[in-house]
Structures are given as C-alpha cells and as structure tokens.
Design a protein around this ligand. Structure first.
Ligand code: MF3
Ligand code: CO
Length: 254
C-alpha cells in the first residue's frame, strides 16, 4: 500500500533526515587509512542516540550494525567490523537509516579514503549525477518507471551496470514501504507519483557486470566480478510541483 504523508509526518522525517546528514558529516571526517568500519559504526550510533533517534537498521531482520558500511566491491549491507580496516584508495559507502518518533529517513553516500583512482572517482560522480538526473522527472503524475529509466540510461551510457535484485523503496513509518523504486525500467510504467509520497531513490551502480553474490554472513552483497560498486541515496518527498530532499540541508552536502 502506498501512503501519502501529512505535513506533521513529513516534518518528523525531515528531522530524522537532519540526523542522517549529521552522521555523514561526522563520519566523513573520520575516513582516513587505518580506521575500522566498527569504529565508524560506533560513532554513528553515538550521534544517532545523542539526538534521541534510533538507528533503524540495528536489529532489522537481525542486522547487527547501526549502519551499513560497504567498501569497494561490496555493493550494500556491509557489516561493520573491527577486521575491516580502511586503506588509502578505497571507496566506502555509508548507508544510514534513522528514525525519529517512529518516522524513518534513509540516505547513502560513497566517499573516497585518501587519494583514489580517477576510475573510482568517475564511478562516484556518475552514480551521484544519475540520482540528480532522475530527480528532474519527479512530480505528481509521473510514474516510478520514469525515475528507473533515467537512472538506468544515465549509468549505462557511461558503461556501468545496475543491479536488478535491490531497489529503492517507499519510506515512512517503515523503513521499506511501497512502492518499490527499481534502478532499471521503462518510462510510463509502474505506480503514479502523488503529492506527499516519500521514496528512497538509490542508484547502486557497478563498474563491471551486474551480477552479485551474498557472503555467508547472510548480509554482505558483493559484485561477482570483484569490480567496484557505488551507492548514492536520498529520501525524497513528492511535492505539488516537484520534489524536496529530506536528507540534505544545504547545496554543498550533495
Ligand atoms: N538502508 C538500506 C536501504 O537502503 C537497508 C538497510 S538493511 C539493514 O534500504 F538491514 F541494514 F537494515
Ligand atoms: Co534505502
């Protein structure tokens, strides 16, 4: 069931989104060679709880971390660990879901650790750009497939591939709600967007082939070919004449 949110619900989600943003700012400053993903996760939890919020991912179907931290060829759902030590040249995605008074906000950023290859930087740039290209089609009356097609075309035109198995999603009282927002699809297909809908749009983009595998831990999703993967996500509100991003406050945080 797709729900439209009231102004009060939207404000609670926006508040959760501010805290997500604060987590990014805090963790970004810690991304130096030698830091473990467990240390980053601990800090994220500290920020989230200090703001009277809940780290929504913790305990979600038994997920052990406060956030997901996915390095290099890990697409999504990397479990924070004191054995995963960041090194110069890595790219690391931080996927943060926070709830405030029962309402969730979800966003992901992929950051460089130290100096990274041009190849890796291009993947980060294109992934982010595809999100902003997709935003341009959002307004009441547009279809979910309009978003999917833009994300697919933009990334594929740069030689990248998109995973089929994982998608964006509606969000609100639950972390995952209808509709599903795939990263591949056809314009004019899928549910119609309405004012007050809140959706997490999240391109997951692979440098190589789209095939993935899940590690025996049951969570960590990696590319099968071992090539890099990148993820960018925001929680977006459909407004009367377009959209509003609930997980970004200022232009330079994009
Ligand atoms: N943040 C992810 C998403 O974008 C979901 C996290 S799964 C969890 O949908 F188990 F870690 F919570
Ligand atoms: Co999401």
């Amino acid at each position: 069931m797709i729900t439209c949110k009231s102004p009060r619900e939207i404000e609670l989600m926006r508040h959760a989104g501010c805290v997500v943003d604060e987590v990014f700012k805090t963790l970004k400053a810690m991304l130096v060679p030698g830091v473990t993903t467990k240390e980053l996760d601990d800090k994220a939890l500290e920020v989230i709880t200090s703001r009277d919020c809940i780290a929504s991912s913790k305990g979600y179907y038994g997920y052990p971390g406060a956030i997901c931290i996915s390095v290099n060829d890990t697409l999504i759902h990397g479990i924070p660990s004191d054995k995963i030590i960041l090194r110069e040249g890595d790219i690391v995605s931080l996927d943060v879901v926070v709830s405030y008074q029962g309402y969730h906000a979800d966003a992901t950023r992929t950051y460089p650790v130290g100096i990274i290859s041009e190849r890796a930087q291009r993947l980060i740039d294109v992934t982010r750009e595809s999100f902003y290209e997709a935003l341009k089609v959002i307004r009441p009356g547009a279809h979910v497939g309009d978003i999917s097609e833009v994300i697919q075309k933009y990334n594929e035109s740069h030689g990248y591939s998109l995973t089929r198995e994982y998608t964006g999603h509606g969000i609100g009282k639950s972390m995952h709600e209808d509709p599903s927002v795939p990263n591949v699809g056809k314009a004019g297909s899928g549910p119609i967007l309405m004012e007050g809908m809140t959706i997490a749009i999240e391109p997951m983009v692979n440098e190589g082939k789209s095939a993935t595998r899940v590690l025996p831990d049951g969570w960590t999703v990696k590319t099968r070919d071992g090539k890099l993967s990148c993820h960018y996500e925001n929680t977006v509100l459909v407004t009367k004449d377009g959209y509003d991003i609930l997980t970004i406050q200022t232009e330079e945080d994009k």
